[in-house]
Write a protein that binds this ligand. Structure first.
Ligand code: FES
Length: 432
């Protein structure tokens, strides 16, 4: 379904690729991470090509809520607990650098960029907020505890980061990509060393960046274990009371709020792809209870790649493939995550040292509770009896009644009623 961003913008179009060319860097994937990487390489005079199998910005980039913030749920105490205070501090600083790069770029672009506070709230478990606040103080974050977030229901409190931002992602990217070396409707079929076979012919590149939302190549990196996908839903409501700032529930299945123009963007109803969840029904029930005079103008859904530890995977695809790079696992915070990925990858391809890069390496330890959950889900769905199987790795597909699609609980591929693949990592259709 068309998002509020897609409804308002006509994106530039690009030709399909045909030929047998060489370049320094091939970027695969025309979402915000790939496009920003291409933009930075373009400015540095690197010879690059970007291929996109359909149209640019057609995936999560066109369906985000477009909040630019360093506050990624209640992530900092979890990072401190897992990796120590220094990693929590680096995560804050790295995302702060991405935030500032957005501010610089948006300055010259008409993309409805505006500064707004961002607050994470909980409806219960104030102690979790207090633990997060203690970690934020330890890493010198400029956040404050908020006793009563200005929301139309009671909470246990919140933590506010002042001076964050929101924008229109497609107006922003439209202005940025016009001069880039992009090929649309060009699908990656295989990678062998530094040669990429595409639907339009061969491309030989010194380095290849996989920025395809879910990394497409199964042979390296074990992304089928390191990632799962999550769907969430958004309504754009007119005549809902205006909120002061952006808000998100810090618990796994809570709501998200921001304004755009005279509309309230209400997000939530999320679930692991292929499982049951509240979807738009939950949001419509909430809107009826809290904004009875509001009118629904848009409804859409987004799909996010979730990493094992909440940090994105940015860097070498695997330990054994230093010239094959990846950006994925933005864990629902894809604006600063993508910008950070583009900054790190643009440095990596010109071999410029970046102090943040080692913290985001995809080769970090994978031993987490989420790894066990991912392995269990995959095993169960591989063994489950069903005639409809996912062409990615063979799991049983589940019918998604809210969106009329066949969804895979293992790694999140989705197929339309007609069998057409609509979300990767699967890269071919199923029988209708
Ligand atoms: Fe991997 Fe379906 S997405 S088996």
């Amino acid at each position: 379904m068309e998002s509020i961003w897609q409804a308002g913008v006509t994106l530039p179009t690009f030709p399909s690729y045909k030929g047998d060319e060489r370049c320094e860097v091939l970027i695969v994937g025309g979402g915000i991470a790939g496009l920003l990487t291409a933009y930075f390489l373009h400015r540095r005079g690197v010879r690059y090509m970007l291929i996109e199998k359909d149209r640019i910005c057609g995936g999560t980039t066109g369906h985000t809520t477009a909040k630019i913030t360093v506050q990624h749920g209640l992530c900092y105490d979890a990072l401190r607990e897992r990796y120590g205070t220094e990693t929590a501090r680096v995560y804050l600083h790295a995302n702060g650098a991405a935030f500032r790069r957005f501010a610089e770029l948006c300055e010259g672009i008409d993309c409805d960029y505006e500064i707004a506070d961002h607050t994470v709230y909980l409806t219960e478990d104030r102690r979790q907020l207090e633990r997060e606040m203690r970690t934020l103080e330890r890493i010198d974050a400029t956040a404050e505890f908020c006793e009563r977030p200005a929301l139309p229901f009671p909470t246990a409190g919140g933590i506010r980061f002042a001076g964050q931002a929101q924008f229109h992602p497609l107006k922003f990217l439209s202005a940025l990509v016009g001069e880039l070396n992009i090929f649309e409707r060009t699908q990656l079929l295989a990678v062998k060393g530094n040669r990429a076979l595409t639907s339009g012919g061969l491309i030989t590149a010194k380095r290849i960046v996989i920025a395809t939302h879910f990394p497409l190549l199964n042979r390296h990196g074990a992304y089928f274990l390191k990632l799962y996908q999550h769907r969430s839903y958004v309504l754009a409501l007119q005549n809902a009371a205006r909120l002061d700032g952006m808000y998100v529930d810090g618990s796994a299945h809570g709501l998200s709020f921001r304004n755009y123009g005279d509309m309230l963007l209400l997000g939530g109803g999320g679930h692991r792809t292929g499982k049951q969840g509240g979807n738009w029904r939950e949001l419509r029930d909430f809107a009826a209870a809290h904004y009875p005079n509001a009118t629904e103008r848009y409804a859409w859904a987004a799909q996010d790649c979730m990493s094992l530890d909440g940090m994105p995977y940015i860097g070498a695809y695997s330990r054994h493939t230093p010239e094959l790079l990846v950006a994925s696992g933005f864990h629902k915070w894809g604006m600063t995550g993508s910008m950070l990925a583009a900054m790190l990858l643009a440095d990596a391809v010109i071999e410029k040292r970046n102090e943040y890069a080692p913290f985001f390496t995809p080769s970090r330890s994978i031993f987490t509770k989420q790894l066990a959950a991912n392995a269990w889900e995959s095993t169960r769905n591989l063994l489950s009896l069903s005639t409809r199987r996912c062409p990615h790795m063979g799991c049983a597909l589940k019918w998604n009644a809210a969106e009329h699609s066949w969804d895979c609980p293992c790694h999140g591929s989705r197929f339309g009623e007609d069998g057409h693949v609509i979300e990767n990592p699967a890269n071919r259709d199923i029988e209708p």
